[in-house]
Design a protein around this ligand. Structure first.
Ligand code: PLZ
Length: 439
């Protein structure tokens, strides 16, 4: 590794250079663009982010689930270097190039289901979600879209409408796109309902408030990300798919956060053998370069007219080169198995913490997508203040940790899969100390 894999603090967090840059940021960058950590990055590799003051921070965030193969992963760096020397852009819609086709072939082969598939590439998760809706509408000739409580699908106008949480994502930014409807989720920690029953509850809302015949697509994150790492009860997703199939509704899995080995399977849908009609991917797909995709059944993907899908940068050659290298790294280095190891290690330690700390209401997740939901001791009342305080304490101690959840009370862990067991254990110790200090 080009950076020693050790936590090391040489200044207070933030250090003087970060402070200086933060004040430049305040004078130059729009106030709406916030930061989780008050430090600026200089380099990153494995499980460490080095800041501009020389502090080495343990990375439990992967830039929000992006650097699954590690930061500046060797094969990604090599592939991007080679591509940048050949050409940087031609626009696939003008003079196409092979790497775009190769990424599509890889996605068609790796995503759930053995049916005939096609893929289209875009830049961001939100852009891909928008395109999945365009495709579903073109295929069905219908307009309505159903999403779920706690959902997060992006910050563009249509995806803001699909995202559940108002502050900070939607507040003051309306009006939002029409024909988006919300159904109740399965949230095992907060409801007692089993998967099939929760699916019936959701379907009843959809049938009464939308009507299956008006519905183009049902979009769901198989494990919710920003909403709180909520894994629906077993059988929930498959019952929804069954209903979608019976009603001619396109079932779309938003695997922007869960995809590419993150959950210990290549895709979170694989866990229960769920086969979506369309799957949306981004983040972990390209080792940090911006790329996203919609992949799915050929008859659905091919519904839009020729020229109906695209964008100047979609499937940029640098991003495609990075994606091919990142996917090779995941497959050849056995990173799905590594994600499962990380999950086993983290869940065991966090469950030990939960056994003696009634403020830890729930410990959940799969693979390297693990969360702790904090509550007021002895209740299920969300404790967002505690989550904020634990995160701030961890940040000050040199651990990058993110929060999430509709109620803001969930600590979430998304380490790069190249992190060492030693760094993981150390990060968990920092969290345990933070919780003890804040008792
Ligand atoms: N769908 C499931 O998790 C992005 C958002 C961070 P973009 N999640 C991180 C923030 O505060 O903006 C996400 C996701 C799921 C879609 C998206 C959107 O992906 O690449 O951020 O547009």
């Amino acid at each position: 590794m080009p950076i020693p894999q050790r936590r090391r603090l040489v200044t207070a967090i933030p250090g003087p250079i970060s402070k200086e840059l933060m004040s430049r940021k305040a004078g130059a960058v729009a106030a709406g663009v916030g930061t989780t950590m008050p430090v600026f990055a200089a380099r990153a590799a494995g499980g460490i982010v080095e800041d501009v003051d020389g502090n080495h921070l343990i990375d439990l965030g992967s830039g929000i689930a992006v650097t699954t193969v590690g930061n500046s992963a060797p094969r990604v760096v090599e592939a991007v270097r080679a591509q940048v020397a050949e050409f940087t852009h031609t626009c696939f819609m003008v003079t196409p190039y092979e790497s775009y086709v190769a990424v599509a072939e890889r996605l068609n082969e790796l995503t759930p289901g053995t049916h005939d598939k096609r893929t289209a590439l875009f830049n961001s998760g939100a852009e891909a979600v928008e395109n999945a809706i365009k495709i579903a509408r073109a295929h069905t000739g219908r307009q309505a879209v159903v999403v779920f409580d706690h959902a997060y699908h992006g910050r563009t106008n249509l995806t803001m409408a699909m995202t559940a949480k108002s502050m900070p994502y939607k507040h003051g930014f309306g009006p939002f796109a029409s024909e988006v409807y919300r159904a109740p989720l399965s949230y095992p920690f907060r409801d007692e309902v089993d998967g099939p029953t929760a699916a019936r509850r959701a379907i009843e809302v959809v049938e009464k408030q939308v009507g299956g015949a008006n519905l183009a697509a049902m979009v769901i994150e198989p494990i919710q990300g920003e909403g709180g790492f909520i894994e629906p009860a077993a059988g929930f997703l498959s019952a929804l798919i069954e209903w979608c199939t019976a009603n001619g509704v396109v079932f779309v899995a938003d695997e922007v956060q869960t995809g590419f080995a993150r959950t210990g399977d290549m895709f979170a849908c694989d866990h229960e053998g769920v086969v979506p009609d369309l799957i949306v991917t981004a983040k972990g797909i390209a080792g940090g370069l911006p790329l996203s995709a919609v992949t799915g059944r050929t008859e659905i993907m091919d519904a839009p007219h020729s020229g109906g899908l695209g964008g100047t940068y979609g499937g940029n050659p640098l991003a495609c080169a990075a994606a091919l290298a990142a996917i090779d790294t995941i497959v050849e280095d056995g990173l799905t198995a590594r994600a499962r190891e990380i999950g086993t290690l983290m869940l065991a330690e966090l469950q030990r913490m939960r056994a003696v700390d009634p403020r830890i209401g729930d410990v959940r997740g799969r693979g390297a997508m693990i969360a702790v939901e904090l509550v007021r001791a002895g209740t299920s009342e969300p404790d967002a203040d505690l989550a904020r305080a634990v995160a701030a304490t961890a940040h000050a101690a040199g651990v990058i940790v993110l929060t999430c959840g509709t109620f803001g009370n969930v600590l979430r862990f998304l380490p790069p899969l190249t992190i060492s067991d030693g760094l993981l254990a150390e990060a968990l110790e920092v969290l345990r100390d933070a919780l003890t200090t804040l008792a």
